[in-house]
Design a protein around this ligand. Structure first.
Ligand SMILES: [Mg+2]
Length: 268
């Protein structure tokens, strides 16, 4: 089971702030008891960016749908064979270029060159460029309630941003978001694994017992944060990238699941 329970997904977009603590039995009471939030001292809240603060993966899904359709229409294969070539090449590109939009454009170029029938080579190369340019330029819309919630939390706690990908790309998105001033520490890492979390704890001077990682990805936000001794708030996003799915131990008292971003104000 790599995904959160379906009910969480279904609720993600339309639940009100007051219904935010999906799993009340594991959320607020334990949170307060264990972190000592009632002592009134600020907590360290570390935020993921893509699909936590703003939409991101949906842009890749839409680019891919358009690109695959163009390849299939040109006789480059079926939807299944084209997609499986993309998944295979994607892993290579991640290793050589990292995560992000620029690497995805490289991926489309390579797959177009690899699969295009001779007659359609130029047209598919042009399609990769056109779809890639659109992907690169897309604005990442803030998710509902993010702006006001981050501003309110910044008045009470110390906020940090911890995101994965290419530094220039992620910092550009942060700048466009207008949220940058709320974060006292911003870190972009090529990967968010255990070692990266250990570096973060050091660099951001986090007290693990008072620190929470908040994000949509079990693989990059929740599980490695727990292994690094932090607590975690999981806010599922319906379009989370398949490579970010992983089993989460919902029985772990350090994990809180919320159905929407505004609900953070109820627990912090
Ligand atoms: Mg994310």
């Amino acid at each position: 089971m790599g995904e959160p329970k379906p009910s969480i997904h279904r609720d993600a977009d339309h639940e009100s702030a007051h219904d935010g603590a999906v799993r009340a039995r594991t959320a607020t009471p334990r949170l307060h008891r264990h972190v000592g939030a009632r002592d009134g001292l600020p907590l360290h809240l570390v935020f993921d960016a893509d699909d936590t603060l703003w939409d991101s993966n949906i842009h890749f899904l839409e680019a891919e749908a358009e690109f695959v359709a163009a390849l299939v229409a040109a006789g480059a294969g079926t939807h299944e064979t084209v997609r499986s070539t993309m998944r295979r090449r994607e892993l290579e590109i991640i290793r050589s270029h990292g995560y992000g939009r620029e690497p995805y454009v490289v991926l489309m170029r390579r797959v177009a060159a690899e699969l295009a029938p001779a007659m359609a080579r130029a047209a598919l190369a042009a399609a990769a460029e056109r779809i890639g340019a659109h992907l690169m330029g897309r604005h990442c819309e803030l998710l509902p309630g993010v702006e006001a919630t981050i501003a309110a939390l910044a008045g009470r706690h110390r906020l940090a941003l911890f995101t994965k990908g290419r530094r220039d790309e992620q910092l550009r998105k942060l700048e466009r978001s207008g949220l940058g001033r709320h974060f006292s520490h911003v870190e972009v890492s090529p990967e968010k694994d255990d070692a990266a979390y250990r570096r973060l704890v050091e660099a951001a001077a986090l007290d693990p017992a008072r620190a929470f990682m908040i994000g949509n990805s079990p693989r990059s936000d929740i599980n490695p944060a727990l292994r690094a001794g932090l607590r975690a708030v999981f806010i599922p996003h319906p379009h989370t990238w398949e490579l970010e799915h992983e089993e989460v131990d919902f029985g772990d008292e350090r994990v809180t699941v919320l159905s929407n971003f505004r609900a953070l104000l109820e627990i912090f």
